[in-house]
Design a protein around this ligand. Sequence first.
Ligand code: AHR
Length: 502
Amino acid sequence: MRAVGTVHRDYKISSIDPRLYGSFVEHLGRAVYTGIYEPEHPTADANGMRQDVIDLVRELDVPVVRYPGGNFVSAYNWEDGIGPKEDRPVRLDLAWHTSESNQVGIHEFADWAKAANTEMMLAVNLGSRGLDEARAFLEYVNHPGGSYWSDLRRKNGREEPWNVKLWCLGNEMDGPWQIGQKTAEEYGRVAFETAKAMRAFDKSIELVVCGSSSPKMPTYPAWEATVLDYTYDSVDYISLHMYFENHAGDTAAYLAQNARLDDYIETIASVIRVTKAKKRSKKDVYISFDEWNVWYHSNEADRKVLEGRDGWPHAPELLEDIYNFEDVLQVGCILNTFIRRADVVKVGCLAQLVNVIAPIMTVPGGPAWRQTTYYPYLFASRYGRGTSYQLSIDCPSYKTDFAEAVPYLDVSAVESDTDGALTLFIVNRHETDAITLDVALEGFGDRKVIMDKLIAGHALKAVNGPDKQTVEPVDGSGVSVGEGRLKAEIAPLSYRMIRLGQ
Ligand code: AHR
């Protein structure tokens, strides 16, 4: 089987916002407690944060982390997490049926973010609370001093404001599971007024309004049209969320699901364009895809906690999906889609970062370890920054219930803005056949292979664990580059990253 194509230096898609490779930490399960925070852990720093986790987050080079939720934020009082730790209240978290000790709040998270070399993206509670809480939180976080909330922050030990740029106006407000769910009209009004108040404080912040929590929602995409009708000129991004699953055990259909992701992005990009025209607006609104991942392995295990049969446990094991090799291919395809749609998707958050549907797992008192999906995320984050290029590839394809022609090879191309390397991210979805990839490199000058990473040859259900890294990248070989062409044999069911330097 052969796939023949071209990447041309004149055919750029867009520059890539580095925040496309962000992630997410929610007060959920063991993401915070025994995830990023475990004061008794041998590697804990002076703030009780696990250094082994910080090291992995730094290795991933995560540009931005969304916090503190998620569903959690919709009944959260941020004031519970400030001041002396011994005075902080224990609250019942209604989103996940657990207890929240509030031992980690905005100060601890901000210190962690600094240590992990990442920026914060904060969400305000528009579920059980609203505008007033949002403006107080913003003042606490971003105002230098001389006002009630900023002086309280200083009293609590933080002199300088954190100057957080990105703010989410609530979370998944379309979902019946959300505390304080709203209709699109109700939410549109609240989001508009909240945005107005937050902008009155600081015009330069970037605001994210909630879009659909999934393309399967009955209100999608009318939700986006209504919400943007209220908020278009007041916000910068509309958020989308999507999770992927293979309950049916159908690998071909599973790995084709980024066709649905493509439709989702294109539909909302169209709603944005129509709203812009309707408003005669000069500004653009982009997509913040601030929750995406594979999520299904842990569904059954979570039921007891979510139904409240375990009472109100603190930091139980929740959403602890253990990812397999098949999921590496899926995450590779999803990231390729985001790179190809970098023209409209500017922010992305892999949901989540530690323990909860996460690339990083921890053992309390023990090691932190890398899930299988850690690697495609690592490679995209480290080598997928710069400019995204169009690729026209003529490749054999297959049909699924929802897509007529899914190419066996899923490919994206990025020219780095730091070292100028041209990187191809490639997934071969074919279950038995290798594919010979032959790409003309037009306008990129003489190139040579400077890195070739491959994940292949594993059983689809192979997983990693605290004591085993069964699925991890190895060096690939056999790529030839000459006379302006790259030729490589792409193994069946494989993830490959090939970097071409000058
Ligand atoms: O990431 C897990 C949950 O998924 C989030 O809390 C919520 O926003 C979404 O439904």
